[in-house]
Each structure stands twice: as C-alpha cells, then as structure tokens.
Design a protein around this ligand. Structure first.
Ligand SMILES: [Mn+2]
Length: 228
C-alpha cells in the first residue's frame, strides 16, 4: 500500500504549499508528484521551488514555468509577473526549472502514472470535466492513471482503462473558496483510488505580499478563490 500526494499549479504561493505538505505528512504520503506551474502569479517563487525540490517531489513543467525560463516577458497573459518571477529566482532555482521535462511517467507498485500539465500533447490545453477532449486523451493514454493540471479545477473521473485525475490548484484556486487542493492516490498492487483533499490555511501573508508588489488583482483572486 502506497499513498501518493499530487500537487499542481502552486504558482509561488509558499504558504499554501507548506499547508499541503503538512496535510500530506498527516496522511502518510510517501511520494509527491507535481504537474507543473510551480511559479507565476504569487511572490515567493524561489522559496516555493526550494521547498518543493527539498520535498523530493517528481515534477514536470507547466506553461508558467516554461514562460519564465524562456524569458517570455512580453506575452499578453500576465507579462508583469514573469519579469518579477525571473528576477526573484536564484540561479540554482532557474536551473532546476530549466531541467524539468514536459511529460513524465512513473510506475508505483503495478500502477503506471502519466504526468501532464495541460493535455499529453499540449501544455496549454485545458481538459475540463465532462468534455470529449478529456475522454479522448484518457482513452488514448497507455498508463493506468493520467494526471493533468492547468484548469485549477480538481476532478477524478474513471474512464474504461484510465483514471483521470486533476488535483486542482495549491496556490491559486478557482473553485470559489480560498483553499488549497491536492489529490491523494492510494495504490495497492494494481488497484488505485483517488481522493481530492482541501486544505484551509491563512492566505493573508501571501495576499498582502502580492498587494505590496503591485498585484492587487492576484490578492483579490486569492482571497475569493476565483479566477477574476
Ligand atoms: Mn497552467
């Protein structure tokens, strides 16, 4: 029996990550998987990378991580935060982000798990629940579990041969409440069961830090748990 913790879309919110890691400890998580977007939006990129790296998590890159390491400072999505993030990462953390792969597959006991940020073929594709796209990718997936993030909406859906799991967002929730979500996968031989966990923590330190850096909208979004 192995319990795996899955995190995604931490977005440089160190306090949310810390709260999730504490919760994982209580639930006897022995391995952590991260489906990307470790940085972007919030103001603690270096602390977040270091904490995640020290946790021993197996990580892939998200679109925000990718944009930062490629210095995409002029794209329209949220250009101001990419420059901030780049300037606040140590060389060591930047190097670590640069080394992240786009896709990775791990096997735990008899269960194979594929990590993607968006869809398996597009880092920026959103796979929302109850869509044809989600079913198409799950049916095409050779692994027992397909992990995805990017939407910030957690879900667990069992398809014919593949369990689809999106753990939601640790640091920038869009589910209408200011909580961090993560997924636990309990594996026993070839059996796997997924649960979404919600963690309540104090968002004020990170929200105030965002305001002090000039990102009032990210502070508001964090306090409300909304996208805009
Ligand atoms: Mn993303």
């Amino acid at each position: 029996m192995t319990t795996i913790g899955v995190v995604s879309d931490i977005h440089a919110n160190i306090d949310a990550l810390e709260a999730v890691l504490q919760d994982m400890k209580q639930k006897n998580v022995s391995m952590i998987l991260c489906t990307g977007d470790i940085v972007g939006y919030h103001t603690f990129p270096d602390e977040t990378v270091k904490r995640l790296r020290d946790s021993g998590a197996i990580c892939i890159r998200g679109n925000h991580d990718n944009d930062v390491v490629n210095k995409m400072f002029n794209i329209t999505r949220s250009p101001d935060i990419f420059r901030f993030t780049y300037d606040n990462l140590s060389d060591e953390s930047l190097q670590w982000l640069e080394n992240l792969l786009f896709e990775q597959t791990v096997t735990v006991e008899d269960v194979s798990i594929q990590l993607s940020h968006g869809s398996p073929t597009d880092i920026e594709e959103y796979l929302f629940e109850n869509t044809e796209e989600m079913k198409r990718y799950a049916d095409a997936c050779d692994s027992d579990v397909l992990l995805s993030g990017h939407t910030h909406f957690p879900c667990v859906v069992q398809f014919d041969t593949t369990l689809f799991v999106n753990s939601g967002s640790v640091g920038k929730p869009k589910i209408g409440k200011p909580v961090a979500t993560w997924a636990s996968l309990r594996i026993n031989g070839s059996r796997v069961e997924a649960t979404i966990n919600e963690v309540v923590y104090d968002v004020e330190r990170v929200a105030v830090s965002a305001e002090n850096a000039g990102y009032d909208r990210y502070a508001k979004q964090l306090r409300e748990g909304k996208a805009s």
